[in-house]
Design a binder for this molecule. Structure first.
Ligand SMILES: [Zn+2]
Length: 363
């Protein structure tokens, strides 16, 4: 999709310039661009190796060859040094980038491209040659008098999962200075598993939206995603709005794989409105991971490296509820005899069999 859209776009631009010589040159450049693009996204082991050798430890020696198109510009480096070779053209739940140690990868070279609705609701109109290019490839622009602040929170899907949150955020959508954030503990986002140290993670931060215990705006996230990944970008956005009084188009879209209840990551996109993205602009996919821990995205069970390396020990399983305990837990002592199963196992063996760690004794 993304790919063909890109080439359509280029085709159109080139055609309008006219001239058969130029057309041939344009076609050649286009071929190079497409080749370059496939080179940078291909999964084929040979190409991956070649790519790694170009971007890896030897990159200072490597010559920039024909593959050095605009597509790898973002993959190389970013002003904050956090872009990585895993950058993607668009977020595809069936082919998500792999976590390699960076909080996020860039999407679309870091250039914002939002759903058409996001622009339309903010007072943008379609057409013209200059403006913001949406996900669908349309061009949108807005005049200052038409900027409409708003927030939108998509309905939960049939599995109770958040879908998307976006808006045109500005001073109007932020909480008044003297307000304090309220309690959100009553919300149990999809995949929430007690005792696994999950965090309730706002899609659009409270400081930007004044939106707190809204189940359409809270997902189950790791500290690494919530605090280390999203927060710096949220703060950057907040500071931009406070400092300028301007608005931003903003979207946070959780990305789920199949029927899993916990998001693999969140796509976060932001583009300042009044200055056309000059003030603040990003488009990234952040990983909902904990480095060195294994996450079961269906059940919410997290296994740390330490837990995975654990020796077998005594546990008590409640075969009726599927919950397991340390033998010393009151919850274990009160299990009916016919439902009680004493085992010697590793924690990982039990979670692999689908048993859930007790939320009280936290085995
Ligand atoms: Zn217990």
């Amino acid at each position: 999709m993304e790919n063909s859209r890109k080439t359509d776009h280029l085709n159109k631009n080139k055609k309008e310039k006219g001239g058969s010589g130029r057309r041939l040159a344009a076609a050649l450049i286009l071929l190079l661009l497409i080749g370059g693009f496939f080179f940078w996204v291909s999964d084929s082991p040979g190409i991956v190796k070649l790519r790694e050798s170009l971007t890896g430890a030897h990159s200072t020696e490597s010559q920039d060859g024909g593959a050095d198109t605009a597509d790898n510009e973002g993959a190389r480096s970013t002003e904050d040094g956090r872009g990585s070779a895993g950058d993607v053209a668009a977020v595809d739940p069936d082919k998500l980038p792999e976590f390699t140690g960076d909080h996020y990868v860039k999407v679309n070279g870091g250039v914002p491209a939002l759903p058409d609705d996001v622009y339309e609701k903010a007072g943008y109109t379609e057409g013209g040659s200059r403006g913001s290019v949406s996900e669908s490839g349309k061009v949108w622009a807005v005049s200052k008098g038409n900027i409409t602040p708003y927030e939108y929170y998509g309905e939960l899907d049939h599995l109770g999962r958040c879908t998307v949150a976006y808006g045109c955020l500005g001073p109007e959508t932020m909480p008044a200075e003297d307000t304090e954030r309220g309690d959100i503990s009553r919300i149990h986002p999809s995949g929430w598993a007690k005792a696994q140290h999950w965090e309730r993670c706002h899609l659009i931060a409270w400081a930007l939206s004044d939106e707190n215990a809204n189940e359409r705006n809270l997902i189950t996230g790791t500290h690494y995603l919530n605090y280390d990944g999203m927060r710096p970008l949220e703060e950057e956005t907040e500071h931009y709005i406070w400092n300028t009084g301007n608005h931003v188009l903003y979207m946070a879209r959780p990305v789920f794989s199949g029927n899993e209840l916990i998001a693999r990551g969140v796509q976060m996109t932001c583009e300042s409105v009044e200055d056309g993205g000059k003030g603040i602009s990003f488009n990234v996919y952040l990983f909902n991971v904990t480095p060195d821990a294994e996450i079961d995205y269906r059940s919410g069970i997290v296994t740390t490296a330490e837990q995975a390396a654990q020796e077998p020990r005594a546990y008590v399983i409640n075969t009726r509820s599927g919950v397991f305990h340390y033998p010393s837990c009151d919850g274990a002592k009160s299990i009916y005899k016919k439902n009680r199963k004493d085992v010697t196992a590793t924690r990982k063996e039990l979670t692999d069999q689908g048993y859930i760690p007790c939320g009280y004794c936290e085995p």
